[in-house]
Design a protein. Structure first.
Length: 374
């Protein structure tokens, strides 16, 4: 029986992950918004993530988790800004590990997109939206309002907030962390000239706009043990330059230029997503399966020292496509989102479809004939 590449292990630093089908971080909007358990994972999170781990995902990247209360995307997001949140996260990690997967925590700050209404249950009681902040007073959209520009002192404090949350993640038992520098949130808004109009050391040219991301990488890497891998999710393009080359924006070429700098500072895998700096995507950008694959490919074929592993994401909707992305060398792992929401057992199903032997949980083996997996 042939083992497909997506079912083979990958090792990053001292962490060996059983396969190359990973769960993309997706906000559940299910944490308490107030009270003693604010920002803590609860029963839904344990069931949700453990099911995907049992379904064969190699690495669970737990949804965006705020480094401070005002950094939540919605009031119902997870947080890890206080030690009292560690035990709830530890329970989540234990559930993921018991179901057979490794656990990574995505850490972020929503910036000018803080207080975004959740995708469900917007009528639930919640505190007033926090004062939004960003590199410059440039709103993401009229409904979210104009953010306050962070002061240089406030910017300089961000890396240590990420580092403090990283130390709490380690105390909870997470195997890795991912820095969220994508989708228009705070770190990505520094990268993009669409949202960063500063003229000081935190803005202007490529060096200025990337400074806070690199400083954050340095702080988080220093907080991690040497054997723990560090991931970073990036919007590899703003999806603006493709249709409007005259407008300054973050591009795939910028991501390729940043990749060696990230590798040199200890990032082990670049998770290549896209967009989020503007409220809309060009229809042409998302009209086909694997629509972000070329962004991962550009980084995967960039020389870095040490070598930077690459994750591809974005409508990788079939076993054949996911496997071909890997075998072509366009990425080292594939990250799956909505398909895993619909089917927690997708990795087992894909392995079977490609002629491999899935590792079903022992209690399920008698109930899963191969004919059901088409």
């Amino acid at each position: 029986m042939t083992t497909p590449l997506l079912a083979t292990p990958i090792t990053l630093r001292g962490l060996t992950i059983a396969n190359r089908v990973w769960m993309s971080p997706m906000c559940q909007y299910a944490a308490p918004a107030t009270g003693p358990d604010v920002g803590c994972p609860g029963p839904h999170h344990l069931t949700h993530y453990a099911a995907r781990a049992q379904g064969g995902v190699g690495l669970i990247i737990v949804e965006a988790t705020a480094i401070c209360p005002s950094g939540r995307i919605s009031a119902f997001d997870l947080g890890l800004w206080d030690d009292h949140q560690i035990p709830a996260h530890a329970a989540l990690v234990a559930a993921i590990h018991a179901a057979g997967a490794k656990a990574c925590l995505q850490l972020g700050h929503a910036g000018r997109k803080a207080g975004t209404p959740p995708r469900w249950g917007s009528d639930r009681p919640a505190p007033q939206a926090p004062a939004r902040v960003g590199p410059s007073p440039v709103p993401f959209s009229p409904t979210l309002g104009t953010p306050r520009a962070l002061t240089p002192t406030e910017i300089a404090q961000l890396p240590q907030q990420f580092a403090a949350a990283t130390r709490r993640a380690l105390a909870a038992g997470y195997d890795s962390v991912e820095i969220h520098a994508a989708h228009g949130y705070l770190l990505q808004s520094f990268l993009s000239p669409l949202s960063n109009h500063r003229t000081d050391q935190w803005g202007g040219d490529f060096t200025g706009r990337t400074r806070i991301v690199l400083d954050t990488v340095d702080a988080v890497r220093a907080a991690l043990p040497a054997q723990a891998p560090l991931l970073l999710r990036i919007s590899a393009t703003d999806w603006v330059h493709e249709n409007d080359p005259a407008t300054p924006a973050w591009t795939s070429a910028d991501t390729v230029a940043l990749a060696p700098l990230l590798a040199a500072r200890g990032v082990d895998l670049l998770d290549c997503s896209a967009g989020g700096a503007t409220p809309t995507f060009p229809p042409s950008a998302t009209s086909h399966d694997g629509y972000q694959r070329h962004l991962a490919r550009a980084v995967a074929h960039t020389d870095t020292t040490p070598r930077l592993a690459v994750g591809a994401v974005g409508r990788l909707n079939s076993a054949a496509l996911a496997e071909e992305v890997l075998t072509s060398g366009d990425a080292d792992v594939v990250l799956v989102g909505r398909k895993l929401l619909a089917d927690p057992y997708l990795p087992h199903r894909w392995t079977t479809q490609l002629g491999g032997e899935p590792r079903w949980p022992a209690p399920y083996t008698g109930a899963i004939p191969a004919a059901w997996l088409d």
